[in-house]
Design a protein around this ligand. Structure first.
Ligand SMILES: NC(=O)c1ccc[n+]([C@@H]2O[C@H](COP(=O)([O-])OP(=O)(O)OC[C@H]3O[C@@H](n4cnc5c(N)ncnc54)[C@H](O)[C@@H]3O)[C@@H](O)[C@H]2O)c1
Length: 358
C-alpha cells in the first residue's frame, strides 16, 4: 500500500502540537511546515509538544520556492492548514501582515498544489468564530433576529457595550450570517471561501472548523496578542488583580485544546462529506469575569477588577451551538471551564519548574 502523508501548516503551533501524536498514528509521514514566528515561539527550538517522528520544515507558506522544496519530497493525502497570524486586535494595526499570511499564504499553498499537480484528498482549515463578528441578536420587541453589525468608536467611547433592546444569541454555522468585525476575522472568512472554491474545482474534500476561544497546555505563554486565558494566568500568577475590559460581562465559549484536538481528529476520521463549516466549542458561554474569577481563585490572586478599557475589533459576545457538530462528528467535549483551567494551571506550573531547572 502506498505511504500516506499529511502536511500540517503552522505545524509547530499550539493546535498542531496537540494533534501531532494522533496524526502520527494515522499517517506514515507527518510534515510540519512552520516559519517559527518569533511572536509565537520564544525560542527557535523545536516545540516539546510536537510528537516525535513529525518532520519539522522551517519554511514560510507564502514563499513559492518553499512549497517547491516541500512538495519535492511529500505528496500529501491530507493537509491541515493552521499557519496564520492570529491577533484579533493586532490585525487592525497590522492588517497587511494578517492579510498576507492568512489570505496570500492560503493562495500560495493552493497554487503550489496546482503547480505540482498535487490534489490532496482532504484539506482541513481551522477557521474561527471571528467570522461571525457580533453575530445575530434577538429583538426584545418582536423576537426577530437582527444583525447590528459593528460597535462603533463612538459607542465604545461612551461605554455602550451592548446593543439596546436586543439579546445576544449563540452563533451557528447553518444560520448565522458572517459579518467579521476584525481584519483577522475577515481573513479567516476569506480563507474559507478560497478553500471551498479551490476544492470544488480540484475534487478535494474541504473541511472547515470554526473554533471558539481555544486555551490550554501548549499555548504560547509569551505571545501578548492572543490567548486571553494564558494572559490571565500569567497575571494571576504574579499576584496581580486581573483587569477586566468593558464591564467584564462579555461572553465567550472557552474550549480546552484537548477537546479541540479531538474534534479535528474526528473530522479527519469522518467518513461523511462535511460540506459546510462546523462550530467547535463547548456549547456553554462564560463571561470574561467568570473566567478571571476562577483563575484568580486557582492562583490565590486578588479579585479581578473592571478597568473600563476596551479594544477595537473585540466582539461583545461569542459563543456557539454545537448540536449540529455533535450530530455530524463522533465527538464529545470532555472538559468544563473549571476542569480545563485546573489542567492548564498544572501545565503552567510544570513549565515554570522546568524553566527554573534549565
Ligand atoms: N487558538 C485559538 O483560540 C484559535 C481560535 C480560532 C481559530 N484558530 C486558528 O487555528 C490555527 C492555529 O492556531 P494556533 O492557536 O495553533 O496558533 P499558533 O500561533 O500557536 O500557531 C500558528 C503557527 O503558524 C506559524 N506561522 C505563522 N505564519 C506562518 C507562515 N507564513 N509560514 C509558516 N508558518 C507560519 C507560527 O509560527 C505558528 O507556529 C490558526 O489558523 C488560527 O486562526 C485558533
Amino acid at each position: 500500500m502506498a505511504a500516506r502523508s499529511c502536511i500540517v501548516t503552522g505545524g509547530a503551533g499550539f493546535i498542531s502540537c496537540a494533534i501531532s501524536a494522533d496524526l502520527m498514528t494515522r499517517f506514515d509521514r507527518v510534515v510540519a511546515v512552520d516559519m517559527m514566528h518569533p511572536q509565537v515561539h520564544k525560542t527557535q527550538d523545536r516545540p516539546a509538544g510536537l510528537a516525535e517522528g513529525v518532520e519539522l520544515m522551517r519554511l514560510d507558506i507564502m514563499d513559492a520556492t518553499s512549497w517547491d522544496q516541500i512538495l519535492a519530497t511529500v505528496q500529501p493525502a491530507v493537509v491541515v492548514h493552521l499557519a496564520a497570524e492570529t491577533g484579533t486586535g493586532q490585525s487592525l494595526t497590522e492588517a497587511t501582515r494578517h492579510a498576507h499570511t492568512n489570505v496570500t499564504g492560503t493562495a500560495a499553498m493552493l497554487d503550489a498544489f496546482a503547480r505540482h499537480t498535487v490534489v490532496p484528498e482532504r484539506i482541513l482549515l481551522c477557521s474561527s468564530r471571528a467570522v461571525y463578528g457580533e453575530g445575530g441578536w434577538r429583538d426584545q420587541a418582536d423576537g426577530k433576529i437582527l444583525y447590528p453589525g459593528y460597535r462603533t468608536r463612538e459607542r465604545l467611547a461612551k461605554g455602550v457595550w451592548d446593543f439596546e433592546a436586543m439579546d445576544a444569541i449563540p452563533s451557528s454555522a447553518a444560520e448565522t450570517r458572517t459579518v467579521p468585525t476584525s481584519v483577522y476575522g475577515a481573513t479567516k472568512l476569506t480563507q474559507e471561501h478560497i478553500l471551498y472554491s479551490w476544492a470544488a474545482a480540484y475534487g478535494t474534500t474541504p473541511i472547515v472548523l470554526r473554533l471558539q476561544n481555544v486555551y490550554g497546555p501548549g499555548q504560547s505563554l509569551s505571545n501578548p496578542y492572543t490567548g486571553i486565558v494564558s494572559l490571565f494566568c500569567r497575571l494571576a500568577r504574579t499576584g496581580a488583580s486581573i483587569p477586566l475590559y468593558e464591564d467584564g460581562r462579555m461572553l465567550r465559549d472557552f474550549v480546552l485544546i484537548d477537546d479541540v484536538a479531538a474534534a479535528i481528529v474526528a473530522a479527519l476520521d469522518s467518513t461523511h462529506a462535511l460540506p459546510a463549516p462546523l462550530d467547535i466549542g463547548t456549547g456553554a458561554a462564560s463571561s470574561i469575569a467568570e473566567a478571571a474569577h476562577l483563575i484568580a481563585a486557582l492562583y490565590g490572586a486578588p479579585a479581578p477588577h473592571v478597568c473600563g478599557l476596551y479594544r477595537y475589533g473585540d466582539v461583545r459576545h461569542a459563543y456557539c451551538l454545537i448540536g449540529p457538530t455533535l450530530k455530524t462528528l463522533k465527538w464529545r467535549t470532555r472538559y468544563t471551564l473549571e476542569s480545563g483551567l485546573i489542567r492548564l494551571k498544572s501545565w503552567i506550573d510544570r513549565q515554570l519548574a522546568l524553566e527554573k531547572e534549565a
